[in-house]
Design a protein. Structure first.
Length: 452
């Protein structure tokens, strides 16, 4: 395959991945990767460092292989990696190929689905996450102990729940290599259960999960409202719990805010529940400095402090800003500065933006849908009242730091009503482009009103 064909192949792969994982993930992890050659069914990729290698191999490789099959018709494609040493791709192909082989970890008999780059050493402990961090470490030392089994960690997205979960699994396997430890999202659990029903292979499904030593399940809110899957999850949970096997779960809300069966809710509270709160400025700066060290970036401290001051909601977003800024500066051969950071991160950094007030949300939504402020607390359930109320609840969850319970109180509703409203609006946005555009216009109007 010549260079033009290789470029077209990689462009097609990036386009396919962007549809699957979104533009932000693609920008962060895939744009810095360089395709070297495609020959004999093998695609060779050059990655910036070990972190990129581990991330691509564990998070993106299956999707890349599928896209190679679709684009080239190759039956069994293979990916080989070379870690950049600052040389041109043609300068020392033998050394890079040997490095890629040396970097590949030894295969495991049991597939844990863990990301080996997530470790306790790389997690910044702070007051906002101290209980969750200490509890996660305790699990690796006393697996199945009733004082921390199950361990449930909850927070808004992007604050480190998944990092801690993988760190737990990696810590357990370092101490007990023969243990069966499995990380899985609740969505994958539900999909696999449905497939087992369709193939009439539920016994094999149950044996797989109930033979685990540690089950790490991410985003358990996904099983809510799926009666059969929730029931199967409870039985799996119960079987492991009664056998003193360790269970760790994460959620975007506290267990009491999950509208699950009472038996499952009771089990979730049988061990330890820990919340991770948004990091303060000192923690955000410490996280950025740690990421700078991990990635070996040459970004001055004043730029680190600027990003940490401006980006307040998500650790994932902090990391994304750092990677985006570094990639921009490398591409343009520029030294990172605060001015460049302001330009490159303009769509993320919200300078001097005031906190959004829920009354502003009600005013903007009320005006758009021609209802009065008092109608948001009305017991009426007509579509003319209920839809704008649900939109306002969704926007309050998205734009404020209020808990679901507190949001509910401002509408004279409970947290379960807010959860239903949020999930309904998210579904409508994902299936109706016009409605999605309407919501985006409302967000812009709300921000403009706050700034005026």
């Amino acid at each position: 395959m010549d260079n033009m064909e290789l470029k077209n192949l990689w462009t097609a792969i990036l386009a396919g991945l962007e549809k699957n994982v979104g533009p932000d993930e693609c920008e962060m992890w895939l744009k810095p990767v360089k395709p070297l050659v495609f020959e004999a069914s093998t695609l060779k990729l050059e990655v910036p460092n070990q972190v990129f290698y581990e991330t691509l191999r564990h998070r993106f490789e299956p999707a890349i292989l599928t896209l190679i099959k679709e684009s080239t018709g190759t039956e069994a494609p293979v990916i080989e990696y070379a870690i950049s040493l600052g040389m041109s791709s043609a300068a020392a192909p033998m050394e890079m190929e040997q490095q890629a082989v040396a970097a590949a970890p030894a295969p495991s008999k049991f597939t844990s689905k863990l990301n080996p780059t997530y470790k306790f050493d790389d997690f910044i402990e702070a007051p906002s996450n101290r209980l969750a961090y200490a509890s996660a470490q305790a699990v690796t030392k006393k697996m199945g102990d009733r004082s921390n089994n199950p361990l449930v960690i909850y927070s808004r997205p992007g604050l480190g729940k998944t990092h801690l979960m993988h760190a737990i699994g990696n810590g357990i396997l370092r101490a007990n290599p023969s243990f069966k430890v499995l990380y899985m999202s609740a969505e994958d659990f539900v999909n696999e259960y449905i497939e087992s029903l369709q193939s009439k292979n539920t016994e094999s499904f149950r044996n797989k999960y109930r033979s685990l030593d540690c089950f790490l399940v991410d985003d358990i809110q996904f099983v809510v409202g799926k009666a059969a899957s929730e029931k199967e999850f409870f039985y799996t949970f119960n079987a492991l719990f009664e056998s003193s096997k360790q269970i760790v779960a994460t959620s975007d809300r506290s267990p009491k805010e999950l509208a699950v069966d009472e038996r499952l809710s009771t089990r979730l509270y049988a061990g330890l529940v820990a919340e991770i709160k948004p990091p303060d400025i000192e923690t955000r700066i410490a996280i950025l400095r740690k990421k700078r060290e991990v990635y070996n970036y040459n970004i001055p401290d004043d730029v680190i402090v600027f990003i940490g001051t401006m980006v307040k909601t998500s650790i994932r977003e902090l990391e994304g800003c750092l990677i985006r800024l570094n990639n921009y500066c490398m591409t343009h051969e520029a030294q990172p500065t605060v001015d460049i950071a302001k330009e490159v991160l303009a769509d993320i950094i919200q300078s001097d933006r005031p906190a959004i007030d829920i009354e502003t949300i009600k005013k903007v939504v009320g005006k758009a849908y021609s209802i009065e402020i008092q109608d948001f607390k009305s017991p009426k359930r007509s579509e003319a009242i209920s839809l704008p109320r649900q939109i306002a609840m969704y926007l309050a969850d998205e734009l404020t730091e209020m808990s679901l319970t507190d949001i509910g109180k401002t509408f004279d509703k409970d947290h379960s009503t807010v959860v239903h409203a949020r999930d309904k609006i998210k579904t409508m946005m994902s299936t109706d482009t016009f409605f999605n555009e309407k919501i985006n216009h409302l967000i812009a109007d709300i921000r403009n009103m706050e700034q005026s």
